[in-house]
Ligand binder design. Structure first.
Ligand SMILES: Cc1cc2nc3c(=O)[nH]c(=O)nc-3n(C[C@H](O)[C@H](O)[C@H](O)COP(=O)(O)OP(=O)(O)OC[C@H]3O[C@@H](n4cnc5c(N)ncnc54)[C@H](O)[C@@H]3O)c2cc1C
Length: 269
């Protein structure tokens, strides 16, 4: 099996974020591997371990896990972390002309790399913690004309039959879905507990191959990506107002009444 996992470097969720020229200022903020992509990597590792006699990810098992990431040069930090969890190799699409790309352009680039790589399965997180659009997996499936199994709570794979099944919880119950390879899957965060990279994994990751590609390498015209090609533009952004001090209700026997009055005033009751 050839499995691709799409991983994205995002600004640290806890960092204070600022806008610059209508775009999120990513350069001046700490960046991390998108938390939700760790579940996708873990699931790929578990699929390989469950389906290889050696019980280890890697070429020897006949299965490979390739990370695919589109992002600036510093995205290699997130890619190395993902490699240290146990993936085999990575493809990093890095080109200044990609700056400001929207989800349509991102999916165009990722889909091209995926189709060039002849993968059996692509696994994504459900969303990135910065843009939070949750659209890339569906866009990839559409662009590739592959089956789309999104928001999976469990995944099982039968490589001999080239089939993948998922279960997805909805407000109406559990949906069980099955598809033939190739397919795009997105996994929710309840699916597993991502492993911490071991010391051995961190050392091994330093030697793993990260292939960097620019737009020319993947044959995508620059006019199709970047902020000029984006279908949406951020016109304005304002910081959320600072929280004002709360109202302290002193209870000298009248606390309950004061509380009710406050809630009525706020039209909460
Ligand atoms: C006008 C505009 C300008 C923008 N400018 C920029 C910009 O300059 N720089 C920038 O980084 N973003 C920019 N964005 C945001 C960018 O378009 C989205 O981050 C990106 O298209 C993916 O959407 P998402 O992050 O919401 O992905 P989601 O659909 O929420 O992500 C789901 C999953 O898809 C995969 N995935 C998503 N993005 C990537 C990726 N890049 N590489 C690999 N896997 C991925 C991951 O597995 C992730 O868990 C811009 C958006 C708009 C609308």
């Amino acid at each position: 099996m050839k499995i691709a996992v799409c991983v994205k470097q995002v600004p640290d969720s806890w960092a204070e974020k600022k806008m610059a020229d209508g775009l999120l200022d990513r350069a001046n903020v700490d960046a991390v591997l998108n938390d939700l992509d760790e579940y996708a990597i873990e699931e790929a590792l578990r699929i390989v371990e469950a389906n290889s006699p050696t019980k280890e990810a890697g070429e020897a098992s006949g299965h490979t896990i390739t990370l695919i990431s589109m992002g600036p040069e510093r995205a290699t930090e997130a890619i190395r972390k993902a490699l240290s969890m146990g993936a085999d190799e990575a493809i990093h699409i890095c080109d200044d002309q990609l700056a400001g790309s929207d989800a349509l352009a991102t999916s165009l680039v990722l889909a091209k790399v995926i189709s060039d790589g002849a993968f059996d399965l692509v696994i994504c997180g459900t969303e990135s913690t910065d843009a939070r659009m949750s659209v890339i997996p569906a866009m990839l499936a559409e662009r590739l004309s592959w089956a789309q199994l999104t928001f999976a709570g469990t995944v099982s794979v039968d490589p001999s039959m080239k089939k993948v099944s998922i279960a997805r919880s909805t407000e109406f119950g559990i949906e069980n879905m099955e598809a033939n390879f190739p397919a795009v899957i997105s996994v929710i965060e309840k699916i597993n507990e991502p492993r911490y990279p071991s010391f051995k994994g961190i050392m091994a990751a330093k030697k793993k191959t990260i292939t960097t590609k620019n737009l020319g390498d993947i044959n995508i015209a620059p006019e199709l990506v970047g902020s000029k090609a984006a279908w949406s533009k951020v016109k304005d952004a304002t910081l959320r107002p600072a929280r004002s001090a709360g109202v302290k209700v002193e209870d000298a026997g009248e606390g309950g009444r004061k509380l009710v009055e406050f809630l009525v005033e706020k039209r909460a009751i």
